[in-house]
Design a binder for this molecule. Structure first.
Ligand code: SF4
Length: 288
C-alpha cells in the first residue's frame, strides 16, 4: 500500500511538472502575472473545464458563452446529487429518491443560490418536470454504481480545482461520486453521455489530472458511467492517461490565449452556437 501511494504521488508530481513546463513552452510571457500580483483566472485569465476541453469547434471553445440559462437538463444533475446525498444522511427523513428530490427542491438548503432562484420562480408543472428529471437521472446513475461499493456522492455546488502557479489559469473538473481516499487510492465516478469512446476517455483523463494536481496523488481509476445507455467503463490512471490530458489542456489554453487563431469547425452543432451571427462558416453550414 505504501509503495502504491508513493507511486501515485510520484505520478501526480510528474504530471504537474510536465503541465507547467508545457505551458511555459506554449505561452512564454503570455498569461503570466507580474511578480507580487495575485492571478485572477476569472477576471483576466482562463478557466478550463471539461466542456470547453471536449468542444468540437475550436472557435467556439476559444469564445465560451457567458449567458448560461438553467433548464431541466442543466438542473437535474445537481438536484439528483443532492437527493442521493440526503438518502445517506441521518438528518433527512427521506428513504426513497423521489421523496429526497422533493425535499431538495422544497427546502433548497443544499443548492447554489442561482439554482434556488431559478427553482423559486417556476410554476408547479415546471417544478414537477424538474423533479421527474432529477429523480430519473439519480436513479439511473445510482444503478451504475457497482453493488457493494461504498461511495460518497459529490457536492454538486463545488468542484475539484487547481491553479497554475504564477499564471491566471485555473483547471476545474467535476465528478459524481468517490470511493476510497487519497492514502488508500481514490476511484471516481464520472457520468457522461457515453462510455468507452475517445471523448469520454479525454474527460476521464482530465478529471484524473485535476484530481492528481489537487490532492498531489493520482487516483487509481475513473469509472465512466452513461446512464442514458446503462453502460460503464473503467479507465485506469497511468502516465499515458495524464499525458493525454496535459497535451489537451495546453492546446486548449494556448488557443484561449489567442482566440483569433482558433479555426472554425462547422457542423450540425452550429445551429445552437452563440457565435452563429458572427461566424461566416457556421452560417454557410446552416444556410447551405
Ligand atoms: S457557428 Fe459553428 S463553426 Fe462557427 S463558431 Fe459556432 S460551432 Fe464553430
Amino acid at each position: 500500500m505504501a509503495g502504491e501511494q508513493t507511486e501515485r504521488r510520484a505520478r501526480a508530481t510528474r504530471a504537474r511538472e510536465r503541465l507547467v513546463d508545457a505551458l511555459d513552452a506554449a505561452l512564454g510571457g503570455r498569461l503570466r502575472v507580474p511578480a507580487g500580483e495575485r492571478p485572477d483566472p476569472y477576471r483576466d485569465g482562463v478557466v478550463v473545464n471539461a466542456f470547453g476541453l471536449t468542444e468540437r469547434c475550436a472557435r467556439r471553445a476559444a469564445h465560451p458563452a457567458d449567458d448560461f440559462v438553467e433548464s431541466v437538463g442543466t438542473a437535474r444533475r445537481r438536484i439528483g446529487l443532492a437527493a442521493l446525498r440526503r438518502l445517506g444522511d441521518d438528518a433527512s427523513a427521506a428513504d426513497d429518491l423521489a421523496t429526497a428530490v422533493q425535499e431538495v427542491i422544497e427546502e433548497r438548503t443544499d443548492l447554489a443560490r442561482g439554482l434556488c432562484d431559478w427553482l423559486e420562480q417556476l410554476d408547479r408543472p415546471a417544478r414537477a418536470a424538474v423533479a421527474a428529471g432529477a429523480t430519473t437521472w439519480a436513479a439511473a446513475t445510482a444503478r451504475l454504481v457497482r453493488s457493494g461499493t461504498a461511495v460518497r456522492w459529490a457536492d454538486a455546488s463545488s468542484s475539484s480545482a487547481w491553479n497554475v502557479p504564477e499564471r491566471p489559469i485555473r483547471l476545474t473538473a467535476t465528478h459524481e461520486a468517490l470511493a476510497g481516499g487519497v492514502v488508500s487510492g481514490e476511484r471516481l465516478l464520472l457520468v457522461a453521455d457515453g462510455a468507452g469512446g475517445p471523448t469520454e476517455r479525454l474527460r476521464a483523463a482530465y478529471l484524473a489530472l485535476v484530481r492528481s494536481l489537487g490532492t498531489q496523488h493520482a487516483p487509481v481509476g475513473i469509472t465512466v458511467a452513461a446512464p442514458s445507455q446503462g453502460t460503464r467503463s473503467q479507465v485506469a490512471v497511468d502516465d499515458a492517461l495524464l499525458d493525454l490530458a496535459v497535451d489537451r489542456v495546453v492546446e486548449h489554453v494556448a488557443m484561449r490565449a489567442d482566440p483569433p487563431s482558433a479555426p472554425p469547425a462547422p457542423g450540425r452543432w452550429c445551429r445552437h452556437c452563440h457565435l452563429l451571427d458572427v461566424c461566416d462558416e457556421g452560417r454557410a453550414r446552416t444556410e447551405g
